[in-house]
Write a protein that binds this ligand. Structure first.
Ligand code: ADP
Ligand code: MG
Length: 399
């Protein structure tokens, strides 16, 4: 049995034109595959009536007026609406389908509302549909607890729903349809020169996603990698072949940009940098940050000096921790993190020197850096983001 999972993102299902393309793509897949599982996101972005952020805007979700389970119930409706609309259109075309909430689809999670982890997938209901050649059109981004409370999986969660279903049903491929031709050398919204990459490894895309590239959720990449199922990123609105994300090694030929040291440049906005001075109990201090859900990044620790960054929306919590330790600190708001990603940079000398030279020649101040085997990240002022990405894109000859 050949099975494919096809996931359609928010912009793909936002307009009638997009939904027509979606139906054509599903219809084409019926000719190639024995079974199809469709996963859909909520329609559109903030402002569109059923978009997740619009729904969130109906309530003040930062207060504790509502129970987390109630917030998730609200958030889950956007995807449910899409699933019913797509199923309706498929049926009208004579294609057998069934709209399903994540709960009905058997996606069972823990009870960490708004950021739940999927524990397992109860396959029997979907199996029944597939046996009868009925396409399940599943609301992404959601599941249920064992007590049947609706949960959501956090930002980009529909990608993860698709990957987990692909794993559970042993898909030949997990196709993620979006509004760009595939994984590109940088976010095309920031860098007009960015080009689409034909083939790239799970590892590199994981690094990109982890460094802020929101084209695919890192959780989905991780699941596809562990299941060894190709993850294909495609454009709903074009016939471009897209990007194949697979487990090829950097020494194989499949990589069409194999002579490039840097595969892509990712970025993350809304970063804030803290520098903490004086004598504090570092151990207890970092534990307190974690306990207050302040996730930190680009961390440097010196005897009397520590620097780290966090998301701007954790500023208040981070400051609370500083105050509780009577720590002296400086903060720099409105930062952005730019990360160059490339498995082939390992062991190649001079990559950092090139980055520094490239940014310096554009008068971009580097506030902090961090590196790992396949990444080098620089924290900069967000006003410099576009010119920094463009400069790096040029320096590393990414086109
Ligand atoms: P969807 O609603 O389909 O899930 P997303 O907005 O989550 O779409 O992801 C697609 C967007 O990701 C693109 O429109 C693009 O602006 C952004 N993006 C960021 N980095 C990259 C990259 N390296 N390659 C392609 N797209 C990227
Ligand atoms: Mg997305």
């Amino acid at each position: 049995m050949k099975l494919v999972v096809q996931k359609f993102g928010g912009t793909s299902v936002a307009t009638e034109e997009g939904r027509k393309r979606v139906l054509t793509i599903i219809n084409e897949a019926t000719k190639k595959y024995d079974n199809i599982i469709v996963v859909v996101s909520a329609m559109g972005r903030y402002g569109a009536p059923y978009a997740t952020d619009t729904l969130l805007g109906l309530i003040d979700h930062k207060t504790d007026t509502l129970e987390p389970a109630e917030i998730d119930l609200l958030l889950s409706t956007g995807e449910i609406i899409t699933s019913v609309v797509i199923s309706y259109e498929l049926k009208k075309m004579g294609i057998k389908s069934m709209a399903l909430s994540g709960s009905k689809a058997g996606i069972v999670t823990n009870n960490e509302h708004t950021k739940a982890d999927v524990m397992h997938i109860e396959k029997s209901y979907i199996d029944g549909l597939l046996k009868n050649n009925i396409i399940p059109v599943i609301a992404g981004f959601q599941g249920r607890t064992i007590e049947y409370d609706v949960t959501t999986l956090g930002r980009g969660g529909s990608d993860t729903s698709a990957a987990l279903l692909g794993e559970a049903f042993n898909a030949e491929a997990i196709e993620i349809y979006t509004d760009v031709d595939g994984i590109m050398t940088a976010d095309p919204k920031i860098c007009g020169e960015a080009i689409t990459i034909d083939a790239v490894s799970y590892q590199e895309v994981f690094q990109m996603a982890d460094s802020g590239a929101k084209v695919i959720h890192k959780g989905a990449v991780e699941v596809a990698r562990r299941a060894n199922i190709p993850l294909i990123i495609k454009n709903t609105f074009s016939d471009h072949a897209g990007t194949a994300i697979t487990g090829y090694s950097k020494f194989e030929k499949k990589n069409t940009i194999k002579d490039k040291i840097i595969t892509s440049i990712a970025h993350q906005l809304d970063r804030i940098q803290f520098s903490v001075t004086g004598e504090i109990d570092v151990d207890a201090f970092f534990a307190a940050l974690a306990a207050n859900d302040v996730s930190i990044d680009i961390i440097n620790i010196f005897p009397n000096y520590r620097v780290f960054t966090t998301d701007s929306n954790r500023e208040i919590e981070a400051i609370k921790v500083m105050d509780s330790f009577n720590a002296s600190y400086n903060l720099i708001r409105n930062c952005a993190k730019v990360t160059v990603v490339g498995e082939r940079m390992t062991g190649v000398p001079g990559v950092m020197a090139k980055i520094i030279h490239s940014l310096k020649s554009e008068d971009v101040e580097i506030l902090q850096t961090a590196d790992s085997l396949a990444t080098i990240a620089c924290l900069i002022h967000d006003k410099d983001l576009i010119k920094a990405i463009k400069a790096l894109h040029k320096t590393f000859e990414m086109v």
